[in-house]
Design a protein around this ligand. Structure first.
Ligand code: IMP
Length: 181
């Protein structure tokens, strides 16, 4: 058992609530991209892969998927603001309608960095879709195009989101709190 024992989890969003919202987001994307000839769904590793896997199965569009990895230097629960791409996309995105899928938008630094970087590759369009949004934590102005849930300033885990590598596999989302904190 590799789950840290010094933490406690307080459920925030259960699996049914998440699945219903993911279905609704899928329906919205199906309507918005009905005219598109080629949609590239880009997941930000590692946090977005579970959300992306559920989301794309709601899509009735000509899609393909790709992934990239980003890292920010800094402590576990804060973003330092210095970003770097650790894994690049496999394929070009020129001329495609890109949907950038993220697990959570916190300071907005990751999305700002990625939008700036990917825009240079001349996609036909690029929009952002995040499962969770913590707007109260923004350090740079950024509004995602599609949001699953807006949540308060709490550190959350599960459904792809981790604390120190743990909890990604949980089918629900919980607030993570140190036991003695
Ligand atoms: P941003 O650049 O500050 O918007 O941070 C986005 C990234 O920070 C996310 O993709 C997560 O990897 C991480 N992150 C921010 N808040 C949380 C959280 O509450 N739980 C887990 N990861 C988080």
């Amino acid at each position: 058992m590799n789950t840290p024992v010094t933490s406690q989890l307080q459920p925030l969003l259960n699996a049914t609530t998440i699945q219903e919202r993911v279905s609704a987001l899928g329906a919205q994307l199906n309507a918005d991209y009905v005219q598109s000839e080629a949609v590239r769904v880009v997941g930000v590793l590692k946090g977005a892969w579970i959300f992306l896997a559920d989301l794309v199965r709601q899509l009735d569009l000509p899609i393909s998927c790709d992934f990239l990895g980003v890292s920010s230097y800094g402590q576990a629960t804060t973003s330092s603001g210095v970003m770097r791409m650790t894994t690049d996309l496999n394929d070009p995105i020129a001329g495609l309608d890109v949907i950038l899928v993220e697990d959570i938008v916190d300071t907005g630094l990751t999305m700002r960095f990625l939008l700036k970087t990917l825009a240079l590759r001349e996609p036909r369009s690029i929009r952002t879709c995040t499962l969770l949004d913590k707007p109260s934590r923004r350090r740079v102005p950024f509004t995602p195009d599609y949001v699953g849930f807006t949540i308060p300033d709490q550190f959350v885990v599960g459904y792809g989101l981790d604390w120190a590598g743990a909890y990604r596999h949980l089918p629900y989302i919980a607030i993570w709190q140190p036991q003695d904190g």
